[in-house]
Ligand binder design. Structure first.
Ligand code: TXA
Ligand code: MG
Length: 341
């Protein structure tokens, strides 16, 4: 299949219409959002969801997030919208948070992965909203990477994974947030955080009061346990190299890397630390700035592969506030392989 690439830098660009038309006719297009690039298709058509799973190589029991451009588009997708959900939407939409509620009949089982709930979000990225509006339908969109690979935060990442597999790719530069949206379920009481993101637990508590954080956010699920969010149970964000997360001071990290490095070892560290290491290094943001870490983590994970790394020793991020989102992605990239010095 030939993949059309559209360079779009404004929500008023003429090409938005062409992308909207591809989607309305049942095609697939990778589109930018503020978090990561999404692989979009008609959310009301089960066969489009199947095409999305096929293009990603993703297991079809892993449900998709439905993207909307107005609250009016949300109402028909769910059974009802409780006050707590409206309060979240009012505070954070358009923005990087996904809200799960019991689904209505119009959401195909292929989109919900057979669950009786649906995850919905209104992206902040204006080009994304303009494409949804132009298509005139809600869009199911998982991250636009091959299943298991780090999520794409630039059009070149998407082209690496999806060229030839989908109808179109919209190139709008780099994503601002860099990790996927916060996912919260309001289909259970108390509300449950399933995936941490730019909207932090503290920000959620301010609106909702008490919330629970799903254990899969911090840890590997026990063998045979059922995941509240099916995505949590799959291998995720993995470079080809084997990643080890190393917890300790920078001095201890340096000693450890210098002692344990082999020929194809790469260090994943913070800005400014690379000079002090005896192995090639890739940085992922600044030590005390989890926003910058989020922005660069997926690009850094792709870079270590391009360098041909076999082993990656990664610095351990703070796991509070926005840092929790970075930590959650890194422990998965490391397949929960953590060394404490
Ligand atoms: O930022 C984002 O959310 C990006 C952009 C493109 O919007 N999308 C994204 O989608 O990350 P995806 O499919 O890669 O991740 C969706 C996650 C998965 O872990 C999935 O299991 C979970 O959300 N999910 C979706 N619907 C769910 C549901 N009804 N119940 C529980 N978990 C759900
Ligand atoms: Mg994903």
């Amino acid at each position: 299949m030939e993949t059309k690439i559209f360079k779009i830098n404004s929500p008023h660009d003429e090409n938005i219409k062409a992308v909207g038309e591809i989607l309305r006719k049942g095609g697939l297009a990778a589109i930018p959002t503020e978090t990561v690039y999404g692989l979009a298709g008609n959310a009301l058509d089960g066969s489009c969801a199947e095409k999305i799973f096929a293009a990603k190589g993703r297991p079809s029991d892993n449900p998709l997030i439905v993207h909307i451009s107005s609250i009016e588009q949300w109402e028909p997708l769910v059974k009802s919208i409780p006050d707590s959900a409206r309060a979240l939407a009012e505070k954070f939409w358009p923005g990087p948070i996904t809200i799960i509620l019991p689904k209505s009949e119009i959401v195909p089982d292929e989109v919900s992965g057979g669950l009786d709930t649906v995850a919905v979000r209104m992206p902040e990225n204006e080009i994304a909203r303009s494409i949804i509006e132009s298509a005139g339908i809600p869009l199911a969109a998982p991250s636009a990477n091959l299943s298991g690979k780090p999520s794409p935060t630039s059009a070149s990442h998407v082209i690496d994974d999806m060229n030839g597999r989908i109808d179109a790719i919209v190139d709008s530069g780099d994503c601002e947030v860099g990790v996927e949206s916060t996912v919260i379920s309001l289909a259970v009481t108390p509300a449950r955080l399933l995936r941490p993101g730019r909207v932090t637990p503290e920000m959620l508590t301010e609106v909702l009061g008490e919330i629970e954080i799903d254990e899969a956010v911090f840890d590997k699920l026990p063998e045979g346990a059922e995941a509240a969010s099916p995505g949590m149970k799959y291998k995720h964000y993995s470079p080809e190299a084997s990643v080890v997360l190393v917890k300790g001071s920078f001095e201890a990290f340096c000693d450890f890397v210098n002692k344990n490095a082999s020929e194809k070892t790469v260090a994943l560290c913070f800005e400014g630390e690379e000079e002090k290491l005896c192995v090639p290094a890739v940085t992922y943001g600044c030590k005390d700035d989890p926003l910058s870490q989020a922005k660069y983590i997926f690009d850094a994970l792709r870079k270590v592969d391009k360098m041909g790394a076999e082993k990656v020793f990664a610095r351990y991020p703070e796991n509070e506030g926005m840092g929790l989102a970075v930590f959650n992605r890194l422990i998965r990239a490391a397949a929960f392989n953590i060394i404490e010095l």
